[in-house]
Design a protein around this ligand. Structure first.
Ligand SMILES: Nc1ncnc2c1ncn2[C@@H]1O[C@H](COP(=O)(O)OP(=O)(O)O)[C@@H](O)[C@H]1O
Ligand SMILES: [Mg+2]
Length: 320
């Protein structure tokens, strides 16, 4: 498990024709009265990075738990690496690595011990693990921390150790629940780089996130869910183009409502959030001409992105 593939050549690519790595078909799950996953269907192809996006409480973790056979669906069909789940979940999981939402490393053990103990679950012998651990540590950029206790690691290091641990069985598919939540930007970028190196080796990745930048950078395709239902699916770029368009002009000023009324004829769609007016335009020039140099008004012109899509579909207002 060296990094040689990382900087060499293109990704092996997504297998469009073979059997999917993951299949979800009309899956439903209730907790008490509450419908948490509501007829969800999606497929992840082999070699693909697929993002399951949604606000807190959307049903992302429940979806992953059903995929891994930890929780049973009420109805619907699930396949993981071709195996029906939950019936053959144990068998399927031999070819799957998991990064749970909350790290469950053993804080009293060292970094190395955490890897070795985990290897035992997969029946890997001490000699096999002795051979494997250095490459896992190298992958996780934790070579110098092999004998440090987990309790002494930073959040980013713990996340990388959990990722290294998920690779112990050399899985074909990686399932990750919010792999970078709570990390600082440097730590997050390092995780992204490590995930890209896994994709370069042909691994399939299913991840959940509420960071749209993460999804846009890593994912070949995304599925946006809300209250357990799919509300959009596609390639990030295609979703941006179809849901938002090409350009966004954010205008900050004292009276966004008055500006909105004035600019309405010049824009395809607009939205006021707090003191900001969002203008979604195909041609930004007429709006520029109106607001340029106006006293008390600042504006930012930028390409539309996946965050615009997410906020459009799930609402700009905070839901708690
Ligand atoms: N074991 C459980 N019992 C009851 N309700 C649950 C359980 N697990 C999750 N929920 C509820 O299901 C909804 C979806 O949760 P979850 O799948 O964790 O969402 P997400 O990961 O997208 O934040 C939430 O409202 C949550 O409170
Ligand atoms: Mg979750």
């Amino acid at each position: 498990m060296t990094d040689q593939t990382l900087h060499q050549g293109a990704r092996p690519g997504v297998d469009e024709r073979g059997a999917p790595a993951i299949e979800f078909s009309e899956v439903r799950k209730h907790y008490g009265e509450r419908s948490v996953v509501d007829g969800l269907s999606f497929e992840v192809r082999r070699g693909e990075c697929f993002g399951l996006l949604g606000p807190n409480g959307a049903g992302k973790t429940t979806t992953l738990k059903m995929l891994l056979g930890i929780t049973s669906p009420d109805s619907g069909a699930i396949r993981l690496v071709g195996e029906p789940v939950p019936a053959r979940a144990r068998h399927a999981r031999e070819r799957v690595g998991v990064v749970p939402q909350f790290d469950n490393l053993d804080p009293d053990f060292t970094v190395r011990e955490n890897l070795v103990v985990f290897g035992r679950y997969f029946g890997l012998t001490g000699a096999r693990m002795d051979a494997l651990v250095p490459s896992l540590l190298e992958f996780a950029r934790l070579e110098s921390k092999a004998d440090a206790r987990v309790g002494e690691l930073s959040g980013g290091m713990k996340r990388r150790l959990t990722l290294a641990r998920a690779l112990v069985n050399d899985p074909d598919v990686l399932v990750m629940d919010e792999p970078t939540t709570g990390l600082d930007p440097q730590a997050r970028h390092l995780i992204w780089e490590r995930l890209r190196s896994l994709l370069a080796r042909g691994k399939t990745i299913l991840l959940t996130t509420h960071f749209m930048e993460e999804a846009e950078r890593l994912c070949d395709r995304v599925c946006v869910i809300e209250e357990g239902r799919k509300i959009a699916e596609g390639r990030p770029h295609d979703l941006v183009e179809s849901v938002i368009g090409s350009d966004v002009i954010e205008i900050y000023g004292p009276d966004p409502q008055a500006l909105a009324a004035e600019l309405a004829p010049l824009v395809e769609r607009m939205e006021v959030s707090g003191e900001t007016l969002f203008c979604y335009v195909d041609d930004p020039q007429p709006v520029h001409a109106r607001v340029k140099g106006r006293a008390g008004v600042r504006y930012l012109h930028r390409p539309a992105n996946l965050e615009d899509v997410f906020l459009r579909l799930t609402g700009r207002e905070m839901v708690d």
